[in-house]
Design a protein around this ligand. Sequence first.
Ligand code: TNX
Length: 538
Amino acid sequence: MKKLLVQCFVLGIAVTATFSCEPEKKKRVLNLPQTDLAKGDLIPMPQKILATEKAFALDQFTAIYTSENAVGFPEAGKFLAKSIKAKTDLDIPVNVEEVPNREGIIYINQSDSLELDIPEAYQLYITPDSVILNSNTAQGAFRGIQTLRQIIPEVSLDTIADYKVWPLPTGKITDSPVFEYRGSMLDVARHVFSVDEVKKYIDLLAYYKYNVLHLHLTDDQGWRIEIKSWPKLTEIGGSTEVGGEKGGFFTQEQYKDIVAYAAERYITIVPEVDMPGHTNAASVSYPFLNGNGKKVELYEGTHVGFSTFDTRKDTVYAFIDDVVREISEMTPGPYFHIGGDESHVTKKKDYIYFVEKVEKIVHKYGKTMIGWDEVVTADIDSKSIAQFWSSKKNADLAVEKGMKIIMSPAKKAYLDMQYDSLSKHGLHWAAFIPTDTAYIWTPEKYEGIPVENILGIEAPLWSETVSDIGEAEYLAFPRAIGYAELSWSTPEDRNWENYKIRLGNQAPFLDRMNVKYYPSPLIDWKKSKYTYEEIKKD
Ligand code: TNX
């Protein structure tokens, strides 16, 4: 077995890979069908696609190589191999020394090209002989891997060889996101979700290139994160949920497990402790926190705006300090979300005093504060971030203060809004949001908020009406797929007529992932077929 040093120039980018192969062995010539890279079902739509109308054979002879010393690249290669296994059942080796009979190479290459010097940028270059994925960072490579996963056909071509072949259309994709923050939120407070359910949601988000999962960890109906210095929060505050069912919480080990799982998929967890309102579960655990003057009891209903912390007690801030510290220590991401919404029973001046004090605590633990748009009424740092959900006035104030804004306008981006009046789950206080309405809007131009102030988009899934992951999936899918495209692709590349075809072709993936999506009648959902030929006939 000889070692072969392969060097090729991919549109000006030098790629060097060392791998073993058998130069003497004759390359099989497969008569692959012509396929068009530009006609794939990619979501989000990449920035540039140049199709060359040949095919690369993904088959049992394929091997993956990565830059071995570049941080995260070998892991990205393994992730790709696992994804290929899930879709095709092929066992593709990663960075193996001895590779007899390996022909087609997928090479994941760390490149210093300036062209790729944008966070998460990648370039995918597919020729009949190789697939080369270039990126400056493993994060960019990971995003490119999602594109590659989507390019692999659902079914194999079984007629041109005595083994299965998945033909990948050739060409070049150059891609990077419009927005740096592309998130969804899960409300694990109103109803509890298991670690596995959260991981499944993360897997689905990752496939569509999301990079943030915001966890709404506390609310009136439940406190869901273990705080070692205040154990009653979960013992008492975690014992219920909406409807009075079982309750529950994440231990710190479980939370860390979720954070690590997300990090492997380059998804940042944003923890939220909602305060000073939405704090009944905390106050019932430790009544000294309560500031609404009433006796506190466990709450299993769905009203909002009745609870508040006592904003004038030092002991309340000592408590918050512990909570922010313990959660921040387990959270590598840069953000801490303090909620701040719907504090209807907190006096205005107390609310402002509270937000300013809590912002300092968040800074003490090295995090950037995020709050729902009401927080901008306080005198906060311009580096803090406002999450626009309802008040245009607050959004304007945030712009005046030079703050960045996360776009979550309830009328467009709330995943818990019903599709229509027949929807099985969800609310409609902001709007009914059918699948097309969720997609057909321009965050870059929404309500006159300057695009320079927009950090990104987040689609929150509140869970008052959702009690398990299946019900969550019904509301989140397919709309979350559209928000992925709104966050990643340029406005020029977004087009409902074209998108809805690509969306319909997500059905085999969603089915394989066992996602209970809402089969919107606006979409022609494509089912998996048994053979490649049958798919081609459609
Ligand atoms: C408003 S959005 C809320 C949540 C509810 C949601 C239901 C926001 C910041 N607050 O407490 O769960 O509506 O759609």
